[in-house]
Ligand binder design. Structure first.
Ligand code: NAD
Length: 263
């Protein structure tokens, strides 16, 4: 076998995971999936803007990753527009949940969820895309959800927001392609994070069952693989989307859902 042969055309080089010289802005980076993304991107060499409303935890992740904490409430448009606009990679991840039947759903919670999970990504991208276009390279990773592809009862605001994020992601894919910018969604099933731990209690109350039953009967009911996914597994997918291995992938939604959407 000829071991000196040239790599296949289009194959990424040996240092293809190297993100040195790139700057990544990660929202909701103080906890769960966002923190895991910040850690993974920093380990690959990126400078990280750790964006979160939770000041102490954001500072801790900034310390851990050698990044910079930006403590902002993403429901405040003025604060969102004060964030740095020189990111090469944007991970739109911050999110929150509210579980209630639609006819009892508080309108102000619905508005808050759209602000944080749809309007803030739009505002961040409209200010960072010109920088990416100028450099001819950019990666937008939107942490959507199975709920960007499927609905569940009692989650009207969240399902609406995630479907909105999917539309935003696809539009950015079309506009960004001539400038070397890709935009994709990652669609996890239930991930072992504080957001899910809080939901277990809320779902138990909504369905009138115990918390163990929520995990086994509701959360894992629709997945073929009967375990929660870990934040680091989601971050690995985000990192891959930032690598040359995924440079032809744009406008897609990548389910990491243990087979949920195979049904
Ligand atoms: P998490 O609760 O662990 O972390 C969310 C982070 O977002 C927190 O640090 C929080 O402070 C921050 N945040 C919330 N509101 C904010 C605001 N107004 N301004 C600034 N920061 C704010 O949650 P997670 O599970 O890591 O979720 C992260 C993303 O992944 C969310 O968009 C969520 O919808 C999505 N997701 C989670 C799961 C899951 O099972 N955990 C599944 C699919 C998708």
């Amino acid at each position: 076998m000829d071991t000196t042969s040239a790599p296949l055309p289009g194959a990424p080089g040996p240092d293809s995971w190297d993100l040195a010289g790139r700057t990544a802005l990660v929202t909701g980076a103080a906890s769960g999936i966002g923190r895991a993304c910040a850690v993974a991107l920093a380990a690959a060499g990126a400078r990280v803007y750790v964006v979160d409303v939770a000041a102490e935890a954001a500072e801790a992740v900034a310390g851990e990753t050698g990044g910079t904490a930006h403590v902002v409430d993403l429901s405040d448009p003025v604060a969102v527009d004060s964030l740095p606009d020189d990111a090469d990679i944007v991970v739109n991840n911050a999110g929150l949940q509210h579980v209630a039947p639609l006819h009892e759903f508080p309108p102000e919670r619905f508005t808050l969820i759209q602000r944080v999970m749809v309007e803030a990504p739009f505002r961040i991208l409209r200010r960072t895309l010109p920088h990416m276009y100028a450099r001819g390279w950019g990666r937008v990773v939107n942490i959507s959800s199975v709920h960007g592809l499927r609905a569940s009862a009692f989650k009207s605001a969240y399902v609406t927001a995630k479907h909105g994020l999917e539309g935003l992601s696809k539009t950015v894919a079309l506009e960004g392609a001539p400038h070397g910018v890709t935009s994709n969604c990652i669609n996890p099933g239930y991930v072992r994070t504080p957001l899910v731990e809080n939901q277990v209690a809320a779902q138990a109350a909504a369905h009138g069952i115990g918390e163990d039953e929520v995990v086994e009967r509701i959360m894992l009911d629709r997945t073929a693989i009967k375990r929660l996914i870990e934040p680091a597994e989601v971050a690995e997918a985000a990192l891959w989307l930032c690598s040359p291995h995924a440079s032809y992938m744009t406008g897609t939604s990548l389910p990491l859902d243990g087979g949920w959407t195979a049904r």
